[in-house]
Ligand binder design. Structure first.
Ligand SMILES: [Zn+2]
Ligand SMILES: [Zn+2]
Length: 147
């Protein structure tokens, strides 16, 4: 499933993006991008910090600032849960939604063309929907089995 850009392409686009803004190509910036593109799943700042501090000198503030840059470049997506925790992941080429286990906190991506079609045809006056977000809370299969 080709759902995300290859890591080299993401790096190239990020380089162009930084050039346009006349920003430096710092190793920390690319370390965050690489971490998200080399791994599956959703990372919060704590998790990113744990991974990245082993590789380069980085502070949480740097991670926050650069995540914003990566969000602005559309290479990274953010999902904010109802407990206010923000998770980051590589952007998928087609929209996806999230199912979240209340018990173990596991976040899973789902893609559903039917759902997407429904959202696309949904329209209301004076509003143009651009980015539907859907968070479905429940219990994952594994947690359902443990009572
Ligand atoms: Zn679970
Ligand atoms: Zn996701």
């Amino acid at each position: 499933m080709k759902e995300v850009l290859p890591i080299e392409e993401a790096q190239r686009r990020f380089e162009v993006y930084l050039q346009q803004l006349k920003l430096k190509k710092t190793p920390e910036r690319f370390a965050i991008l690489n971490c998200l593109y080399a791994n599956e799943g959703h990372y919060d700042v704590e998790m990113l910090y744990t991974v990245l501090k082993a590789e380069c000198r980085v502070s949480k503030a740097t991670i926050y600032n650069n995540l914003q840059l990566l969000l602005d470049s559309n290479l990274v997506m953010r999902v904010v849960l109802d407990n206010q925790t923000a998770y980051y992941e590589k952007a998928t080429l087609r929209p996806h939604y999230h199912i979240i286990c209340r018990k173990c906190g596991r976040i899973t991506n789902i893609q559903d063309q039917g759902l997407l079609n429904m959202l696309k045809t949904w329209q209301t006056k004076n509003f143009r929907m651009e980015q539907p977000t859907l968070l479905l809370y429940g219990k994952c299969k594994r947690c359902k089995q443990i009572k």
